[in-house]
Ligand binder design. Sequence first.
Ligand SMILES: [Fe+2]
Length: 412
Amino acid sequence: MATVKRIPADEIKGGAVVLRFDRSGVPYDYYARDLPAGMVQSVKKILAENHVKFAFVRETAQKEKEEEKNRATRVQALLEHMNQPIAQAPGKTAPEDVVTAREMHDRARQITKDIMSQVRMGNAVDTDASREVVSGLVESCFKNPETFVNLSRLKNFDDYTFTHSVNVAVIAISIGRKLGMSYGELRSLGLAGLLHDVGKMKVPERIINKPGKLTDEEFLLMKMHPVYGYELLRTDSGVPPETVKAVLQHHEKSDGTGYPYGLKEREISKYAKIIAIADVYDAITSERVYHKGIGPADALKMLFAWSGKHFNEVLVKFFISLIGIYPAGTAVMLDTGEIAVVLDSNGGPKPKVLLVTDEKRNRLISPVLFDLASRNAVTGRPYKTILSPVDTDEISINGSEIISRYMLTPPR
Ligand SMILES: [Fe+2]
Protein backbone atom coordinates (compact mmCIF):
# COMPACT_ATOMS: atom_id res chain seq x y z
CA MET A 1 0.00 0.00 0.00
CA ALA A 2 1.18 3.51 -0.74
CA THR A 3 2.14 5.73 2.19
CA VAL A 4 3.08 9.40 2.27
CA LYS A 5 6.41 10.35 3.84
CA ARG A 6 7.76 13.80 4.68
CA ILE A 7 11.38 14.27 3.66
CA PRO A 8 13.70 17.32 3.71
CA ALA A 9 13.56 19.05 0.33
CA ASP A 10 17.32 18.80 -0.17
CA GLU A 11 17.12 14.98 0.12
CA ILE A 12 14.90 14.56 -2.94
CA LYS A 13 16.24 11.92 -5.33
CA GLY A 14 15.55 10.88 -8.89
CA GLY A 15 12.38 8.76 -9.08
CA ALA A 16 10.77 10.47 -6.06
CA VAL A 17 7.01 10.92 -6.46
CA VAL A 18 6.20 14.26 -4.82
CA LEU A 19 2.56 14.87 -3.90
CA ARG A 20 3.02 18.32 -2.36
CA PHE A 21 5.45 20.59 -0.59
CA ASP A 22 5.21 22.43 2.72
CA ARG A 23 4.58 25.61 0.70
CA SER A 24 1.88 26.00 -1.90
CA GLY A 25 2.31 27.34 -5.42
CA VAL A 26 5.72 25.81 -6.07
CA PRO A 27 6.48 25.74 -9.84
CA TYR A 28 7.13 21.99 -10.00
CA ASP A 29 6.42 19.99 -13.15
CA TYR A 30 6.38 16.46 -11.71
CA TYR A 31 3.59 16.34 -9.13
CA ALA A 32 2.39 12.75 -8.58
CA ARG A 33 4.89 11.30 -11.03
CA ASP A 34 8.54 10.24 -11.07
CA LEU A 35 11.08 13.03 -10.86
CA PRO A 36 13.60 12.37 -13.67
CA ALA A 37 17.11 11.89 -12.24
CA GLY A 38 18.52 14.53 -14.60
CA MET A 39 16.20 17.18 -13.14
CA VAL A 40 17.12 16.70 -9.46
CA GLN A 41 19.69 19.51 -9.28
CA SER A 42 17.56 22.15 -11.03
CA VAL A 43 14.51 21.14 -8.96
CA LYS A 44 16.50 21.51 -5.72
CA LYS A 45 17.52 24.99 -6.83
CA ILE A 46 13.87 25.98 -7.50
CA LEU A 47 12.82 24.53 -4.12
CA ALA A 48 15.52 26.54 -2.33
CA GLU A 49 14.44 29.71 -4.16
CA ASN A 50 10.85 29.10 -3.07
CA HIS A 51 11.90 28.45 0.56
CA VAL A 52 10.59 24.90 0.50
CA LYS A 53 11.81 22.89 3.48
CA PHE A 54 9.89 19.61 3.15
CA ALA A 55 8.43 17.47 0.41
CA PHE A 56 5.66 14.90 0.89
CA VAL A 57 6.54 11.91 -1.24
CA ARG A 58 4.62 8.74 -2.05
CA GLU A 59 6.23 5.51 -1.02
CA THR A 60 4.79 2.67 -3.00
CA ALA A 61 5.01 -1.07 -2.35
CA GLN A 62 6.71 -3.14 -5.07
CA LYS A 63 3.49 -4.77 -6.31
CA GLU A 64 1.75 -1.43 -6.64
CA LYS A 65 4.76 -0.01 -8.48
CA GLU A 66 4.47 -2.79 -11.05
CA GLU A 67 0.75 -2.17 -11.47
CA GLU A 68 1.38 1.54 -11.99
CA LYS A 69 4.06 0.76 -14.55
CA ASN A 70 1.72 -1.57 -16.43
CA ARG A 71 -0.99 1.05 -16.38
CA ALA A 72 1.37 3.71 -17.70
CA THR A 73 2.45 1.33 -20.48
CA ARG A 74 -1.22 0.65 -21.38
CA VAL A 75 -1.99 4.40 -21.54
CA GLN A 76 1.12 4.98 -23.66
CA ALA A 77 0.13 2.16 -26.02
CA LEU A 78 -3.36 3.62 -26.27
CA LEU A 79 -2.01 7.05 -27.13
CA GLU A 80 0.31 5.61 -29.77
CA HIS A 81 -2.52 3.54 -31.18
CA MET A 82 -4.74 6.60 -31.44
CA ASN A 83 -2.12 8.31 -33.53
CA GLN A 84 -2.31 5.58 -36.14
CA PRO A 85 -4.13 6.22 -39.44
CA ILE A 86 -7.90 6.15 -39.23
CA ALA A 87 -8.36 2.58 -40.40
CA GLN A 88 -6.53 1.31 -37.32
CA ALA A 89 -7.70 3.89 -34.81
CA PRO A 90 -10.21 2.93 -32.11
CA GLY A 91 -13.48 4.76 -32.29
CA LYS A 92 -14.20 6.09 -28.84
CA THR A 93 -11.31 6.98 -26.64
CA ALA A 94 -9.82 10.00 -24.92
CA PRO A 95 -6.30 10.45 -23.55
CA GLU A 96 -6.20 10.27 -19.76
CA ASP A 97 -4.80 13.78 -19.25
CA VAL A 98 -7.66 15.25 -21.28
CA VAL A 99 -10.23 13.62 -18.99
CA THR A 100 -8.39 14.94 -15.95
CA ALA A 101 -8.40 18.41 -17.50
CA ARG A 102 -12.16 18.18 -17.90
CA GLU A 103 -12.52 17.21 -14.24
CA MET A 104 -10.32 20.10 -13.15
CA HIS A 105 -12.30 22.54 -15.27
CA ASP A 106 -15.58 21.25 -13.80
CA ARG A 107 -14.25 21.56 -10.26
CA ALA A 108 -12.99 25.09 -10.90
CA ARG A 109 -16.38 26.04 -12.36
CA GLN A 110 -18.25 24.60 -9.37
CA ILE A 111 -16.06 26.44 -6.85
CA THR A 112 -16.40 29.68 -8.85
CA LYS A 113 -20.17 29.22 -8.84
CA ASP A 114 -20.14 28.87 -5.03
CA ILE A 115 -17.93 31.95 -4.64
CA MET A 116 -20.15 34.07 -6.90
CA SER A 117 -23.38 32.80 -5.32
CA GLN A 118 -22.10 33.84 -1.91
CA VAL A 119 -21.46 37.36 -3.23
CA ARG A 120 -24.96 37.43 -4.72
CA MET A 121 -26.29 36.66 -1.23
CA GLY A 122 -24.40 39.64 0.20
CA ASN A 123 -21.35 37.81 1.55
CA ALA A 124 -17.69 38.65 0.95
CA VAL A 125 -15.68 37.16 -1.92
CA ASP A 126 -14.04 33.93 -0.74
CA THR A 127 -10.61 34.93 -1.98
CA ASP A 128 -8.90 31.90 -0.35
CA ALA A 129 -11.02 29.55 -2.47
CA SER A 130 -10.44 31.76 -5.52
CA ARG A 131 -6.68 31.68 -5.05
CA GLU A 132 -6.79 27.92 -4.66
CA VAL A 133 -8.63 27.52 -7.96
CA VAL A 134 -6.13 29.81 -9.70
CA SER A 135 -3.11 28.02 -8.18
CA GLY A 136 -4.47 24.74 -9.56
CA LEU A 137 -4.84 26.31 -13.01
CA VAL A 138 -1.34 27.82 -12.94
CA GLU A 139 0.15 24.48 -11.89
CA SER A 140 -1.73 22.76 -14.69
CA CYS A 141 -0.42 25.37 -17.14
CA PHE A 142 3.16 24.57 -16.12
CA LYS A 143 2.50 20.83 -16.39
CA ASN A 144 0.93 21.02 -19.87
CA PRO A 145 1.97 24.36 -21.36
CA GLU A 146 1.19 23.28 -24.92
CA THR A 147 -2.37 22.13 -24.35
CA PHE A 148 -3.43 24.20 -21.34
CA VAL A 149 -5.11 26.95 -23.35
CA ASN A 150 -7.37 24.34 -24.97
CA LEU A 151 -9.09 23.95 -21.60
CA SER A 152 -10.91 27.15 -22.46
CA ARG A 153 -12.72 25.29 -25.26
CA LEU A 154 -14.75 23.54 -22.58
CA LYS A 155 -18.05 25.36 -22.50
CA ASN A 156 -21.12 24.95 -20.38
CA PHE A 157 -24.22 26.51 -21.80
CA ASP A 158 -26.22 26.46 -18.55
CA ASP A 159 -23.51 27.88 -16.35
CA TYR A 160 -22.12 30.51 -18.70
CA THR A 161 -21.04 33.12 -16.14
CA PHE A 162 -18.99 30.67 -14.09
CA THR A 163 -17.56 28.74 -17.03
CA HIS A 164 -16.63 32.05 -18.62
CA SER A 165 -14.79 33.16 -15.46
CA VAL A 166 -12.70 29.97 -15.44
CA ASN A 167 -12.02 30.26 -19.18
CA VAL A 168 -10.89 33.88 -18.91
CA ALA A 169 -8.49 32.83 -16.15
CA VAL A 170 -7.20 29.96 -18.34
CA ILE A 171 -6.66 32.18 -21.38
CA ALA A 172 -5.05 34.97 -19.35
CA ILE A 173 -2.67 32.54 -17.63
CA SER A 174 -1.71 31.08 -21.02
CA ILE A 175 -0.93 34.53 -22.41
CA GLY A 176 0.99 35.48 -19.26
CA ARG A 177 3.07 32.32 -19.31
CA LYS A 178 3.99 32.87 -22.95
CA LEU A 179 5.00 36.42 -22.00
CA GLY A 180 7.41 34.93 -19.46
CA MET A 181 5.57 36.06 -16.33
CA SER A 182 6.67 34.59 -13.01
CA TYR A 183 4.61 32.10 -11.07
CA GLY A 184 3.46 34.80 -8.65
CA GLU A 185 2.49 37.16 -11.47
CA LEU A 186 0.50 34.40 -13.16
CA ARG A 187 -1.45 33.81 -9.98
CA SER A 188 -2.30 37.52 -9.69
CA LEU A 189 -3.28 37.64 -13.36
CA GLY A 190 -5.30 34.40 -13.16
CA LEU A 191 -7.12 35.72 -10.08
CA ALA A 192 -8.08 38.84 -12.03
CA GLY A 193 -9.37 36.55 -14.81
CA LEU A 194 -11.44 34.44 -12.43
CA LEU A 195 -12.91 37.43 -10.58
CA HIS A 196 -13.09 40.00 -13.40
CA ASP A 197 -16.90 39.93 -13.41
CA VAL A 198 -17.50 39.35 -9.71
CA GLY A 199 -19.08 42.83 -9.57
CA LYS A 200 -21.91 41.51 -11.77
CA MET A 201 -23.19 39.75 -8.67
CA LYS A 202 -24.15 43.23 -7.43
CA VAL A 203 -26.12 44.02 -10.61
CA PRO A 204 -29.75 42.76 -10.64
CA GLU A 205 -29.98 39.29 -12.20
CA ARG A 206 -32.76 40.32 -14.57
CA ILE A 207 -30.30 42.75 -16.22
CA ILE A 208 -27.43 40.25 -16.33
CA ASN A 209 -29.60 37.60 -17.97
CA LYS A 210 -31.74 39.86 -20.14
CA PRO A 211 -31.75 38.33 -23.62
CA GLY A 212 -32.62 41.52 -25.51
CA LYS A 213 -30.96 44.91 -25.71
CA LEU A 214 -30.52 46.75 -22.42
CA THR A 215 -32.23 50.11 -21.89
CA ASP A 216 -29.92 53.10 -21.32
CA GLU A 217 -30.63 52.94 -17.62
CA GLU A 218 -29.95 49.20 -17.44
CA PHE A 219 -26.75 49.63 -19.41
CA LEU A 220 -25.56 52.31 -16.99
CA LEU A 221 -26.10 49.89 -14.12
CA MET A 222 -24.35 47.09 -16.01
CA LYS A 223 -21.38 49.37 -16.66
CA MET A 224 -20.92 49.71 -12.92
CA HIS A 225 -19.82 46.08 -12.51
CA PRO A 226 -16.06 46.77 -12.75
CA VAL A 227 -16.44 49.37 -9.98
CA TYR A 228 -18.51 46.98 -7.84
CA GLY A 229 -15.81 44.31 -8.38
CA TYR A 230 -13.15 46.79 -7.33
CA GLU A 231 -15.13 47.65 -4.19
CA LEU A 232 -15.57 44.00 -3.30
CA LEU A 233 -11.86 43.22 -3.60
CA ARG A 234 -9.87 46.32 -2.70
CA THR A 235 -9.94 45.86 1.08
CA ASP A 236 -8.99 42.18 0.96
CA SER A 237 -5.30 41.94 1.85
CA GLY A 238 -5.09 38.59 0.05
CA VAL A 239 -5.82 40.17 -3.33
CA PRO A 240 -2.80 41.89 -4.97
CA PRO A 241 -3.34 45.54 -6.02
CA GLU A 242 -2.62 44.71 -9.69
CA THR A 243 -5.46 42.13 -9.59
CA VAL A 244 -7.88 44.72 -8.19
CA LYS A 245 -6.77 47.22 -10.83
CA ALA A 246 -7.32 44.74 -13.66
CA VAL A 247 -10.84 43.99 -12.40
CA LEU A 248 -11.59 47.72 -12.38
CA GLN A 249 -10.12 48.32 -15.86
CA HIS A 250 -11.11 45.21 -17.83
CA HIS A 251 -13.65 47.12 -19.98
CA GLU A 252 -11.37 50.05 -20.77
CA LYS A 253 -10.36 50.29 -24.43
CA SER A 254 -7.13 51.47 -26.08
CA ASP A 255 -8.88 54.33 -27.91
CA GLY A 256 -10.50 55.67 -24.72
CA THR A 257 -14.06 54.53 -25.57
CA GLY A 258 -14.28 51.98 -22.77
CA TYR A 259 -15.73 52.21 -19.26
CA PRO A 260 -15.92 53.12 -16.39
CA TYR A 261 -13.32 55.89 -16.85
CA GLY A 262 -12.61 56.05 -20.60
CA LEU A 263 -8.89 55.48 -19.98
CA LYS A 264 -6.42 55.58 -22.90
CA GLU A 265 -3.98 52.85 -23.88
CA ARG A 266 -1.11 54.12 -21.71
CA GLU A 267 -3.30 54.44 -18.63
CA ILE A 268 -4.61 50.87 -18.75
CA SER A 269 -2.68 48.22 -16.79
CA LYS A 270 -1.05 45.32 -18.63
CA TYR A 271 -3.13 42.79 -16.70
CA ALA A 272 -6.35 44.60 -17.65
CA LYS A 273 -5.33 44.54 -21.34
CA ILE A 274 -4.75 40.78 -21.17
CA ILE A 275 -8.05 40.15 -19.35
CA ALA A 276 -9.89 42.27 -21.95
CA ILE A 277 -8.64 40.05 -24.79
CA ALA A 278 -9.38 36.82 -22.90
CA ASP A 279 -12.85 38.11 -21.91
CA VAL A 280 -13.94 39.05 -25.42
CA TYR A 281 -12.42 35.97 -27.10
CA ASP A 282 -14.21 33.59 -24.75
CA ALA A 283 -17.48 35.56 -24.88
CA ILE A 284 -17.73 35.59 -28.68
CA THR A 285 -16.79 31.93 -29.03
CA SER A 286 -19.43 30.88 -26.45
CA GLU A 287 -22.98 29.94 -27.19
CA ARG A 288 -25.53 32.12 -25.36
CA VAL A 289 -29.30 32.24 -25.19
CA TYR A 290 -29.30 35.28 -27.44
CA HIS A 291 -26.33 34.68 -29.71
CA LYS A 292 -24.54 31.80 -31.35
CA GLY A 293 -20.87 31.36 -30.59
CA ILE A 294 -18.62 32.05 -33.56
CA GLY A 295 -15.76 29.76 -34.59
CA PRO A 296 -12.32 30.37 -33.02
CA ALA A 297 -10.71 31.29 -36.36
CA ASP A 298 -13.36 33.96 -37.01
CA ALA A 299 -13.03 35.19 -33.44
CA LEU A 300 -9.31 35.76 -33.97
CA LYS A 301 -10.09 37.72 -37.13
CA MET A 302 -12.48 39.93 -35.15
CA LEU A 303 -9.93 40.52 -32.40
CA PHE A 304 -7.40 41.45 -35.05
CA ALA A 305 -9.85 43.90 -36.61
CA TRP A 306 -10.41 45.53 -33.20
CA SER A 307 -6.73 45.64 -32.26
CA GLY A 308 -5.38 49.13 -31.76
CA LYS A 309 -8.93 50.38 -31.15
CA HIS A 310 -10.26 48.16 -28.40
CA PHE A 311 -7.21 46.10 -27.61
CA ASN A 312 -3.47 46.48 -27.40
CA GLU A 313 -2.19 45.63 -30.87
CA VAL A 314 0.93 43.76 -29.83
CA LEU A 315 -0.94 41.65 -27.29
CA VAL A 316 -3.54 40.65 -29.90
CA LYS A 317 -0.84 39.51 -32.33
CA PHE A 318 0.81 37.65 -29.50
CA PHE A 319 -2.49 35.99 -28.60
CA ILE A 320 -3.08 34.90 -32.19
CA SER A 321 0.36 33.29 -32.32
CA LEU A 322 -0.43 31.50 -29.06
CA ILE A 323 -3.79 30.13 -30.19
CA GLY A 324 -2.41 29.07 -33.57
CA ILE A 325 -3.73 29.29 -37.08
CA TYR A 326 -6.24 26.53 -36.44
CA PRO A 327 -7.40 27.05 -32.86
CA ALA A 328 -8.95 24.13 -30.97
CA GLY A 329 -12.63 23.91 -31.90
CA THR A 330 -12.14 25.03 -35.51
CA ALA A 331 -13.96 22.87 -38.05
CA VAL A 332 -11.70 22.04 -41.00
CA MET A 333 -12.02 20.28 -44.33
CA LEU A 334 -9.31 17.72 -45.10
CA ASP A 335 -7.94 16.82 -48.53
CA THR A 336 -9.67 13.44 -48.17
CA GLY A 337 -13.07 15.17 -48.08
CA GLU A 338 -13.54 14.42 -44.38
CA ILE A 339 -14.61 17.14 -41.96
CA ALA A 340 -12.76 17.34 -38.66
CA VAL A 341 -12.64 19.50 -35.54
CA VAL A 342 -9.26 20.67 -34.25
CA LEU A 343 -8.60 19.22 -30.79
CA ASP A 344 -5.08 20.36 -30.10
CA SER A 345 -3.74 23.14 -32.28
CA ASN A 346 0.00 22.78 -31.54
CA GLY A 347 0.13 26.33 -32.89
CA GLY A 348 0.95 24.96 -36.35
CA PRO A 349 -0.64 23.60 -39.52
CA LYS A 350 -0.68 19.96 -38.38
CA PRO A 351 -2.91 19.74 -35.32
CA LYS A 352 -4.53 16.72 -33.71
CA VAL A 353 -8.10 16.58 -34.95
CA LEU A 354 -11.33 14.72 -34.28
CA LEU A 355 -12.74 13.31 -37.52
CA VAL A 356 -16.49 13.86 -37.50
CA THR A 357 -17.46 12.66 -40.98
CA ASP A 358 -16.19 10.08 -43.41
CA GLU A 359 -14.91 10.95 -46.89
CA LYS A 360 -18.47 11.13 -48.23
CA ARG A 361 -19.47 13.55 -45.44
CA ASN A 362 -21.53 10.96 -43.55
CA ARG A 363 -21.46 11.76 -39.83
CA LEU A 364 -19.45 9.23 -37.78
CA ILE A 365 -21.25 7.79 -34.76
CA SER A 366 -18.47 9.08 -32.52
CA PRO A 367 -15.47 11.29 -33.38
CA VAL A 368 -12.14 9.63 -34.15
CA LEU A 369 -8.85 11.13 -33.05
CA PHE A 370 -6.28 11.62 -35.79
CA ASP A 371 -2.86 13.27 -35.67
CA LEU A 372 -2.30 15.24 -38.88
CA ALA A 373 1.43 15.16 -38.20
CA SER A 374 1.47 11.39 -38.88
CA ARG A 375 3.04 10.37 -42.18
CA ASN A 376 3.08 7.35 -44.43
CA ALA A 377 6.31 5.52 -43.58
CA VAL A 378 6.90 4.52 -47.22
CA THR A 379 6.12 7.74 -49.09
CA GLY A 380 6.94 10.13 -46.25
CA ARG A 381 3.79 12.10 -47.09
CA PRO A 382 1.13 13.06 -44.55
CA TYR A 383 -1.96 10.85 -44.62
CA LYS A 384 -4.27 13.84 -44.51
CA THR A 385 -3.86 17.60 -44.61
CA ILE A 386 -6.11 20.58 -43.96
CA LEU A 387 -7.54 22.29 -47.03
CA SER A 388 -9.38 25.10 -45.24
CA PRO A 389 -11.47 26.02 -42.22
CA VAL A 390 -15.18 25.40 -42.73
CA ASP A 391 -18.12 27.52 -41.65
CA THR A 392 -19.64 25.47 -38.84
CA ASP A 393 -23.12 26.85 -39.61
CA GLU A 394 -22.99 25.40 -43.09
CA ILE A 395 -22.29 21.89 -41.86
CA SER A 396 -24.15 22.05 -38.52
CA ILE A 397 -21.15 21.09 -36.45
CA ASN A 398 -20.51 22.56 -33.03
CA GLY A 399 -16.74 22.34 -32.36
CA SER A 400 -16.99 23.05 -28.62
CA GLU A 401 -19.70 20.49 -28.13
CA ILE A 402 -17.75 17.81 -30.00
CA ILE A 403 -14.63 18.46 -27.94
CA SER A 404 -16.58 18.50 -24.67
CA ARG A 405 -18.34 15.23 -25.50
CA TYR A 406 -15.08 13.63 -26.57
CA MET A 407 -13.40 14.66 -23.33
CA LEU A 408 -16.22 13.16 -21.28
CA THR A 409 -15.70 9.74 -22.86
CA PRO A 410 -13.48 7.73 -20.55
CA PRO A 411 -10.46 5.93 -22.05
CA ARG A 412 -10.88 2.23 -22.75
FE1 LIG B 1 -16.99 42.45 -17.45
